[in-house]
Design a protein around this ligand. Structure first.
Ligand code: NAP
Length: 316
């Protein structure tokens, strides 16, 4: 292996440590902690784990985080009413609706719910107002995963300005905001997707390659220019031996973890890329921890921005 590993755990720890005094200063001034309301519908096991992690991290950073649960049988109207209650809440500066929502809520439920969250409390940066501000490079609240990637690259002193960046994936929550953030930092950006012709030829142009696809080990050596920085956003839990065998040698440490647990969390980047890339984010321990750190940071930004606006309004 030659690639330098970009340590997302250390970067996330550093960001969270910076938030603690800011959260304390807010609490001293406002007489309450910055508040995050998390809505969880149903009992999806992965969502339960993510939400538990978010609640714990928020508390450790000095934020207030409240979990609002709805049963899987709740209607979209129930959920929208809960969003409305948190929109009006004085103690909640930020709202997160954990996805996925139950399929029974309908195909456009997520969009309708994200649209219903007040833009100034939209901690995920999914609201069209915040997306529009991101396009114009004046967003306060930006989607957590892509802003976490930027925070990691900056902390690791990876140059972005003037470089060629390629983002594989064009989702609203990762690929598109990722491309915009890189563009605003003066990279020359290409976005790829499932219809991109000759993907390896395009990705080999990248000085910074971001994979946000959701296909384990998809990005291989042939996709990567020697020395490039490769950011692996993908997170997939794999339980089938064939996929693991395609990525890891029997007996290797990751293989042993799989044998022990019966599943393995892997990224979109094949481990062989470490032989070609200059720097690489591991999975786990790369982008994932940054996403939660950015959620906390966005909560604080939302709280500070609301407080500043309230201060403006109270002036004569
Ligand atoms: P998504 O909405 O499913 O989008 C996947 C994107 O990959 C789509 O734009 C799709 O293209 C593209 N794609 C699929 N197959 C492709 C192929 N063969 N060649 C090129 N592009 C291809 O997924 P997402 O929500 O963006 O998430 C992507 C991954 O990131 C997932 O593994 C997810 O679990 C992970 N994730 C991680 C974090 C974190 O905290 N680290 C946060 C969010 C997501 P089309 O548009 O053409 O279909």
């Amino acid at each position: 292996m030659s690639a330098r590993l970009l340590d997302g755990v250390a970067a996330a720890d550093a960001i969270r440590a910076e938030l603690v005094p800011r959260a304390r200063a807010f609490a001293d001034a406002a007489g309450r902690r910055p508040g995050l309301g998390i809505i969880l519908v149903g009992e999806n096991p992965s969502s339960e784990i993510y939400v538990r992690g978010k609640l714990k991290s928020a508390d450790a950073a000095g934020l207030r985080a409240d979990l609002e649960r709805l049963p899987a049988t709740a209607s979209l109207a129930d959920l929208l009413a809960l969003v409305e209650r948190l929109n009006r809440s004085e103690v909640h500066d930020a709202i997160l609706v954990q996805s996925p929502l139950p399929a029974a809520m309908g195909g456009d439920a997520e969009r309708r719910v994200f649209d219903a969250v007040l833009p100034e409390k939209d901690v995920d940066g999914f609201h069209p107002v915040n997306v529009g501000k991101l396009v114009q490079n004046r967003a306060e609240l930006v989607a957590c995963t892509p802003s976490g990637v930027i925070a990691l690259l900056e902390r690791e002193h990876i140059p972005i300005a003037g470089r060629r960046a390629v983002v594989v994936g064009r989702s609203d929550i990762v690929g598109k905001p990722m491309a915009l953030l890189l563009l605003h930092r003066h990279a020359t950006v290409t976005i790829c997707h499932s219809r991109t012709a000759d993907l390896p030829a395009v990705t080999r142009e990248a000085d910074v390659l971001v994979a946000a696809i959701g296909r384990p080990g998809f990005i291989t050596r042939e996709h990567v220019k020697p020395g490039a920085t490769v950011v692996d956003v993908g997170i997939t839990s794999i339980a089938d031996r064939e996929t693991i065998a395609r990525m890891y040698a029997p007996g290797s440490p990751r293989w042993q973890t799989f044998e022990k647990r019966g599943s393995l969390v892997v990224g979109d980047v094949h481990p062989e890329v470490a032989d070609v890339a200059g720097a690489l984010t591991p999975v786990p321990g790369g982008v994932g921890p940054l996403t939660i750190a950015m959620l906390l940071r966005n909560t604080l930004i939302a709280a500070e921005t609301r407080a500043a606006r309230a201060g403006d309004h109270s002036r004569p």
